[in-house]
Design a protein around this ligand. Sequence first.
Ligand SMILES: *Cc1c(COP(=O)(O)O)cnc(C)c1O
Length: 419
Amino acid sequence: MSQENFISRDLAEQIHSKVGTPCYVYSEAVLRDSASKVLAFPNAFGLTARYAMKASPNSNILRFFASMGLHFDASSGYEVRRAIAAGIEPQRISLSTQELPDDFVSLVESGISVNVCSLSQLKRFGQELPGEKVGLRINPGLGSGGTQRTNVGGPASSFGIWHEDLDQVKKLVEQYELNVFRIHSHIGSGSDPDVWIKVVGMNLALVDQFKSVTHLNLGGGYKVGRVEGEKTTDLQVIGEKMKAEFKEFAAKTGRKIHLEVEPGTYLVANGCSILSRVQDETSTGEEGYKFLKLDTGMTDNTRPSMYGAQHPMWVVPADNSRRGKEDYIVVGHCCESGDILTPKAGDPEALSPRTLKKARLGDYFVIGGAGAYCASMASKNYNSFPESPEVLVREGGRVAVIRERQPIEQIWANEVAVL
Ligand SMILES: *Cc1c(COP(=O)(O)O)cnc(C)c1O
């Protein structure tokens, strides 16, 4: 299932006159639809659905999802602070981080929960907060992901406590009388459903090792199709299979485990497009390519350059002229040869021409599937381009600005003049 373009020329003109281009355009209707699907995740004994906020952390998106009943996964102490500043109750925030912040004690005291992600984190947690409730993020020894860079389980991944270190974990838990209430595992983004089911079994085996555990968090990583040929995970299908595993576990052990899931991508990926404009073109002759140059690029979306990620793209003509088709390499506006928006799938070094409507300078150009890890992972201020604005298209059609374009002075505001 590939994404449709939800930005018509009328809407593009309206947004352009309000904040200019480039701009992230979120659709409230699409966000609501994906959140409803996550909240309907099949479960045997209760569900907490979290939004992995690193995918796109604008406070309006956090509040919107909170209003629908979602909780939150934060991946740094700063994200916790950001969510709290957005008005999210600390009780709804869980922290799983590669870098346990110095102020984790005060964050826990405010009400958040923590999944420790390494033996040293477990030790620090125990020393500061003996007897406290804690979650354990375990690397089950099996990973899955769209690419090696999004695979966060298995021996090549540093995320979580290695599954063979459980004896050391148990020693520390005993030493500090910690109450392990949650097992957590997140094995990668873009995982296969079959791998998912395997991982559920491995995780329930871990739950079996810790009698105090009441919650199993299976992370995120549900696949989302952005372009033709990519599949979107059917949550009902994998959820029903998981539900059966939880029931079987309860029948065997008498323990009714509460399920947690925490997708990022699934909730926002197709809920946002980047609205840009074609600002130049060039060609490199018979043996070469036709290039379209946009007023956006890696400053707004690094995924193509990092992973060879594929995004749907549409030329939205600024006039009513008839257009044929043309094969283009679409490039960003940075002086950086890697700023390519149409790489070969999975290979950011190679070019893959895209057949698009013939474009003219000044046309609108829409990049779809830009809700997850685009605004949050942009190479902000490279070439001193300001951070782009974000707008939300409300369900009634009204366009609300949820972030202004960064004023240029802010780019150097923290510099200290000593020369
Ligand atoms: C990033 C992350 C997620 C979300 O992953 P998606 O692939 O965006 O669904 C969930 N849990 C943790 C711990 C993460 O780090």
